[in-house]
Design a protein around this ligand. Sequence first.
Ligand code: SAM
Length: 219
Amino acid sequence: MHAEFWQDRWSHNRIGFHRDAPLPLLLQHWPALDLEAGSRVFVPLCGKSLDMVWLAERGHRVLGVELSELAVRQFFEERDLLPAIHETSAGRHFVAGAYELIVGDAFALDADVLADCAAVYDRAALIALPPELRRTYAATAWHRLPSACRGLLVTLEYPQAEKSGPPFSVMADEVHALLDDDWRIDAIERRDILANELGFVADGVTALSTVVYRVVRRG
Ligand SMILES: C[S@@+](CC[C@H](N)C(=O)[O-])C[C@H]1O[C@@H](n2cnc3c(N)ncnc32)[C@H](O)[C@@H]1O
């Protein structure tokens, strides 16, 4: 059901979550993570996000995972890259240049696949999931990332009763409940974005903020 929902979104090009530029909050907050050049960044539920392009341009290697093969094929086609393709138990891997994108289920990746990820970047991934799948996601992909991994998590907060997700509202207390056992989490920016999000205004949402968390895996 969950997979069908997203496959359907991609096959009908209903991808309003996709942005045609990297997220300004990524550009603003990523440098302070002070990662080494060449380090690998895990981008869960990656879609065909241009944030991955920005990360690669900063010298990172990118490991993405995405359910939709259409999304992954579009990502490479739109960059004129011809990926090499191989299969593992994690899924179908598309590899070109700095990018390795796995068409597969983020919840099913094992720790070996994630072992050399020095960083994680979650934009529109945690908040794409309903509550029970958020718990699954935290207990699988996030739990399996290696110690000392660090990164950014970007969420939305709004009165959930005013609109149904996705994207879902994920409040700070839930972020802590999901991740505190494994991660040190600091909210580094909370920004009111309601005026820029006309779809939310049209749906009658009365308050909308985006929150950026800096996360560091406990040892
Ligand atoms: C809201 S979109 C965000 C995509 C991307 N992070 C971005 O910022 O454009 C969520 C994406 O997660 C993918 N997805 C949902 N569940 C997934 C799962 N269990 N494993 C891998 N990808 C998943 C969907 O196909 C969709 O492309």
